[in-house]
Design a protein around this ligand. Sequence first.
Ligand code: PHE
Length: 342
Amino acid sequence: MTRHEVEAFCTETLEALRRIQSPEELEQFRLTYLVQKGRIRQMLDRLRQVPTEEKPAIGRLLNNLRSTVEEEFAALRNRFERQRSHDPTFDPTLPGRLIPRGSLHPVLQTLDRMIDIFVRMGFAVATGPDVEDDHHNFEALNFPPDHPARDMQDTFFLRRTDAHGKPLLLRTHTSPVQIRLMESMQPPIRAIIPGRVYRNEAISARSLAEFHQLEGLCIDERTSFADLKGTMIAFAEQMYGSGIRYRFRPSFFPFTEPSAEMDIECFLCGGKGCRVCKQSGWLEIVGCGMVHPHVLQACKLDPERWQGYAFGFGIERVTMLLTGIDDIRLLYENDIRLLEQF
Ligand code: PHE
């Protein structure tokens, strides 16, 4: 590489740089001359072959070229950028384009929050089928054969029958999964069961034919009503805030004894009474109780050894209370104007 060649290269490079008219040409120049394996780098690499006495002069030429090119390149780039912001068709005050973002349905958001709280308390998550048989939905749960809840009014029966010739049905609650768990595993059991349930009911602002529940089941050797209350209170405080007031009322379910319902103070009116709590100041949030010995026996568990508690929340109910949505049908219509708000 002679001094003459290097001088020619310098002239050629500067001419190329000074011919640039557009950002595209500038980029092309960068790719040809300035990148890692670009022409300037190649020349600097060839410096090694130059005889020692010529090295300082040629080296200086190339280094000068490099700094001149870098300076002029930066200046050009700035100029093009400034030109772009002076482009009359570019209006920096226009609002940006929002990328629409989806979200989970409010019912699923509630369910996720509830599941999180119980999982942190040590509950596993289990599921079961929507199509059930009489045994799991009623029989093993200690519903007497003539119990009104088996009535055609409440249950959607299917034309298909089970092995005993009884019609299959859409589960009316998530409690049949309690039976499936106790039939299929040895205690201790501590599980929650989220899922969809079906009731043959007239659709109104307060009820749908299809909704969601979150069931809970805990079976162990020394489980008491105090454990049940403690679990429900711990849940309610995490879900609704630690200062909330609550009360337990006696209730009835065929599969629990004793049975209770838990109310929390209406957080919309602070207990003074409003439309949502129907002027009572209290909101019912969960049905619960100690698993009935008949249920344990139906699952071949010895009630002398095993006890447990169960509970069941209605998810739409909880969602309505949390969001202030006062017509349950809104949660099923999938009107984007409502869903967008969550
Ligand atoms: N399965 C009951 C219902 O649907 C709720 C419940 C579950 C009550 C578990 C007690 C224990 O109303």
